[in-house]
Design a protein around this ligand. Structure first.
Ligand code: ATP
Length: 500
């Protein structure tokens, strides 16, 4: 019940197999273990209580994850896109810390006596430990990872994942050494996101080659997929959308003969993107994975069979499943109303989850699980009669107009059907009469024109009048975070500034 077991077992079963690839650097699993052990000794010698990392993806990431586990300290990756004050505020929360920092980010850290700064190059060149391997702490309740959430809905929260949470997730979802010698995965999500960490853990457990890309860009992704004959990939929706647009603009077929499985998740996938991706990659197994930081990653999965059935079926019930996140994976899921009453099939409410991979715990707030071990995801949604979960936005994004709850997603889905609309996001703005009203930020397709009244009429024709955006502004682009979530709080602030 310590995540270092994952690397120990991979190194023992397939030590000679390439575990990590980054540019020209290739490291077999035995070398990854040796370096993680060296890292653990260095962390121990520094007296640090955390291993923090401020860098893009590199081989330092798996070494840091497992090195911290051997040393018995939490791994704390930081978002390198934060501002300098934000980064230093987070570092102050984890000092004394051993901090692995990429050269590009060294200037973002204010020197402090209780931070031991180590460059990525130094970290990767640590000499092998001469003494016997460090035996990790066997306490399953020890903290493996402390992860700051994306901060999509507010300030980042420090989610805590214990060894038992991550091990339950890996063992519940991946078979040990199940990859064959040629299998590889490209990891494009940043190292501070749970999807990046779970990709490293699950691929090591499967003994699969992990190809790390520093930044996502469709051409570089396709090149890496081809040159490494990659079999598996995970993309957040905006990344898949960019790959699809890139291939469509070239008028090229993707030519990725080794690719077998493409998983996506981390945010809502537009139907048009997944439909087009399935047409471009007809032989690939698609999986939609829904998960949260606080749940150690995936909690519901829409698998390849459901994707294929939805694409060819005449039955509307089966077709619409492409818009669902599938069925609970190794957890239980319940839908409850605001008062806590458990709802039945097709009734929309808050999504609750329970299972050993669910930590539901934050550094300063403590455990947020209820007495029966359930965690409220703050996502809204419903389960259909067949047990498929449909998400309907986040509770914190709901617009409350005169006591009526309005999900921005339903209005956005209608606006996106207009041929001139490329992207849009609806948010709440203050309203004297109703408390809150709907405002829409809309991005038009190149050279397209449309009047706000036409878009308001479109919504009026399809939805109740309370859904019609009172204000519509046109923008060149919407703010997104790096995992593809639209930042509604930023859009709300922009509306607030405009109305001042
Ligand atoms: P914060 O809690 O600070 O606002 P965050 O919730 O954005 O940050 P994450 O834990 O990265 O941080 O995101 C989890 C959320 O992402 C889920 O609650 C859900 O809203 C969304 N999500 C994840 N996977 C999917 C998916 N497959 N389909 C739709 N939405 C998804």
């Amino acid at each position: 019940m310590n995540i270092s077991t994952i690397l120990d077992m991979a190194a023992e079963a397939h030590g000679e197999r390439i575990g990590v690839v980054h540019g020209d650097m290739r490291m077999d699993y035995a070398a990854v273990r040796e370096r993680a052990q060296a890292a653990a000794r260095a962390i121990e010698a520094s007296g640090a209580r955390y291993l923090a990392m401020l860098d893009v993806s590199s081989p330092a990431v798996p070494i840091a994850i497992f090195g911290a586990a051997y040393a018995g300290v939490p791994y704390v990756p930081l978002n390198y896109r934060l501002t300098k004050p934000e980064i230093n505020e987070l570092l102050a929360r984890v000092a004394p810390a051993y901090v692995v920092v990429g050269e590009a980010y060294r200037g973002s850290i204010e020197p402090r006596d209780d931070l031991r700064l180590v460059s990525r190059a130094e970290f990767l060149a640590l000499p092998p430990a001469a003494d016997a391997p460090l035996q990790p702490d066997e306490d399953p309740r020890a903290i493996a990872v402390q992860l700051f959430t994306s901060g999509t809905t507010g300030k980042p929260k420090a989610a805590i994942l214990r060894h038992e949470n991550l091990m339950s997730y890996i063992m519940g979802t991946v078979e040990f050494a199940s990859a064959d010698a040629t299998d590889a995965i490209v990891v494009t999500v940043p190292p501070y996101h749970i999807a990046g960490i779970s990709a490293v853990l699950s691929s090591t457990w499967a003994c699969r080659r992990i190809v790390l890309l520093e930044n996502f860009e469709p051409r570089a992704w396709l090149d890496a997929m081809r040159s490494e004959s990659v079999s598996n990939a995970f993309l957040v929706p905006t990344m898949l959308q960019r790959v699809v647009e890139y291939l469509d603009a070239l008028g090229e077929s993707p030519k990725l003969p080794a690719l077998r499985a493409l998983a996506y998740g981390g945010g809502k996938m537009p139907l048009s993107t997944i439909t087009r991706a399935m047409a471009l990659f007809p032989d690939v197994d698609f999986t939609n994975a829904y998960g949260l930081t606080e749940t150690s990653s995936t909690i519901a999965v829409l698998g390849p069979e459901d994707h294929r059935a939805a694409a060819v079926s005449d039955d509307p019930k089966i077709r619409r499943r492409l818009g669902s996140v599938g069925k609970p994976a190794a957890v239980e899921i319940q839908i409850r109303d605001e008062s806590g009453k458990v709802l039945g099939a097709e009734e929309a409410g808050l999504v609750f989850v329970r299972g050993p991979q669910v930590s539901g715990e934050y550094e300063s707030l403590g455990s947020q699980l209820d007495a029966d071990g359930w965690f409220c995801t703050r996502d809204r949604g419903y389960l259909d009669a067949d047990g498929y979960l449909y998400l309907d936005g986040r509770a914190d994004d709901v617009i409350v107009r005169g006591g009526e709850n309005i999900s921005p997603g339903e209005i956005e889905d209608v606006l996106l059907t207009h041929p001139a609309v490329a992207d849009c996001a609806c948010v709440a703005i203050p309203d004297e009469q109703w408390g809150e009203a709907v405002a829409a930020a809309v991005v038009l397709k190149p050279d397209a024109r449309v009047e706000p009244a036409e878009l308001q009429d479109l919504v009026k024709a399809r939805l109740r009048s309370s859904r019609v955006p009172q204000t519509i502004v046109f923008k060149d682009s919407l703010p997104y975070n790096e995992t593809g979530k639209v930042l509604r709080r930023v859009i709300r602030q922009e509306f607030a500034q405009c109305s001042r």
